[in-house]
Design a binder for this molecule. Structure first.
Ligand SMILES: Cc1ncc(C[n+]2csc(CCOP(=O)(O)OP(=O)(O)O)c2C)c(N)n1
Length: 204
């Protein structure tokens, strides 16, 4: 394994894995009504495909909001663990959220990055993370010291388990293959919001 500036595993020697398979691994680890915020497109589509939960929020339409929404929930409900699932293109559009997360430092926040190196859902245009940008290095530079590439599925499981023990804020990045999403989220933002508000116990 080559040593990189970001640790033993770098963006280009991590195993390429499958987003749906890893999303299933995340969902299987949930035991305490954790909130899960799926970012625009494939991140929330694969979360939907893993089974709907009232504590899931499916972001439709806006790139880069999974982490900002998750940060708000994590601050408002410090006893609940909150997980954000976001694509590389979307995170690149909203990089400032990483330094805000680092500054607020909620222990109950886990950020999972699905890095396929493309804007897959709009036709596969390459993102900078395919060549020049290392999002784990950017996260570390923003102050997220618990930021790592998952070497493989077992390493991903281990990183998730540590993060869910309220060892956050953590960012776990996984290199993702080009397979399409498994299902499509029902496009009903009003219902999605209402279900989530109920799920996290704040519906009026
Ligand atoms: C401000 C803005 N620009 C462009 C789009 C169109 N758009 C929606 S999803 C997406 C790509 C998302 O890429 P990424 O987060 O890497 O996820 P992937 O599709 O690769 O799973 C784009 C360009 C948008 N919704 N909002």
């Amino acid at each position: 394994m080559t040593q990189t500036q970001t640790g033993a595993i770098g963006a280009h020697n991590a195993k390429v894995m499958n987003r749906y398979e890893l999303t299933k691994r995340v969902v299987n680890k949930l035991k305490r009504e954790e909130a899960v915020i799926g970012g625009i497109g494939n991140a929330n589509f694969d979360l939907w495909a893993c089974g709907q939960r009232p504590q899931n929020f499916y972001m439709l339409g806006s790139m880069g909001l999974a982490i900002p929404i998750a940060l708000g929930v994590a601050i408002a409900q410090p006893k609940r663990h909150v997980i954000a699932l976001e694509g590389d293109g979307s995170l690149l559009m909203q990089l400032g959220c990483l330094s805000t997360v680092a500054m607020r430092a909620p222990k109950n926040l886990t950020m999972i990055l699905w890095d396929n190196g493309v804007y897959q859902i709009t036709g596969g245009q390459p993102t900078p993370s395919a060549s020049t940008a290392d999002l784990v290095a950017i996260a570390r530079g923003s102050g997220i010291t618990n930021a790592a590439w998952a070497a493989d599925e077992d390493d991903f499981d281990r990183l998730i388990a540590t993060a869910l023990a309220d060892g956050g804020p953590s960012l776990i990045a996984a290199r993702i293959d080009g397979k399409p999403e498994v299902a499509t989220t029902e496009r009903d933002p009003v219902r999605i919001r209402a279900n989530f508000m109920h799920g996290i116990g704040v519906a009026s």
